[in-house]
Design a protein around this ligand. Structure first.
Ligand code: IPE
Ligand code: MG
Length: 216
């Protein structure tokens, strides 16, 4: 979900205004994705690098948005038989925000038809290193299956399609292990401008691709 800050700057508004607009757009896209029958949507809300490198004021603004809007939106999701899952290192977040996120996960309905996954203080390198350490602590050699079960994404399918908005063409530490065979799509639109229609365009592009997974 890249481009919130630039979107606000273009409007001579503070970055926090862009994050608020981005959050609204994210909720809209989640509803849209669910209506289309998509089962899992992962949103990269905050990277490990964002948390360590952004000004505290901006981070406080982001946490403020969570405090204010997370519970109400999650309750709406539950009502439509959707679950919430969080991936990332919650231990470095403000304790009350971490608790909100964990609560959102724990109170999710079983057998939900749609899961919205928040990647927060998420970084693939951190995830992989934690998994390796857990494997070492377990004292057993790992294979692909057991390794996957040690990642934050344990039990979740690998992504089929990764969409990055905002014009940059990189993964920025997002699901790099899980993305081994993901299709990538880059949109120039800044995230608050990334409409349901543009999401559909990304899906149409994906649908026209030939996924061979190494076969001919
Ligand atoms: C992405 O938008 C959202 C978060 C990382 C929270 P940015 O904040 O990266 O916006 P730009 O890239 O500065 O426009
Ligand atoms: Mg950015």
């Amino acid at each position: 979900m890249d481009g919130n800050g630039r979107w606000a700057k273009k409007r001579l508004m503070p970055r926090s205004y862009g994050h608020k607009s981005g959050m609204n757009r994210m909720i809209g896209l989640a509803e849209h994705a669910k209506a289309l029958g998509i089962k899992y949507l992962t949103v990269y809300a905050l990277s490990t690098e964002n948390l360590s490198r952004r000004p505290q004021e901006e981070l406080d603004g982001l946490f403020g948005l969570f405090r204010k809007y997370f519970t109400a939106n999650v309750k709406k999701l539950y009502k439509s038989n959707s679950a919430v899952r969080v991936i990332g290192d919650l231990s470095a977040l403000p304790a009350d925000v971490a608790e909100l996120l964990r609560g959102g996960e724990q109170n999710s309905p079983d057998g939900a038809e749609f899961t919205l996954i928040f990647a927060i203080n998420y970084g693939s390198r951190n995830e992989i290193i934690n998994a390796v350490n857990a494997a070492l602590d377990g004292g057993k050699r790992i294979d692909e299956e057991s390794f996957s079960s040690l990642l934050y994404t344990a039990g979740l399918p690998d992504p089929d399609l990764i969409i990055r908005t905002g014009g940059e063409k990189r993964l920025s530490n997002f699901l790099t292990y899980q993305a081994a065979y993901a299709e990538l799509y880059f949109a120039d639109a800044l995230f608050p401008d990334f409409s349901d229609g543009q999401f559909d365009m990304a899906l149409n592009d994906y649908a026209a691709r030939d996924r061979r997974f190494g076969k001919i």
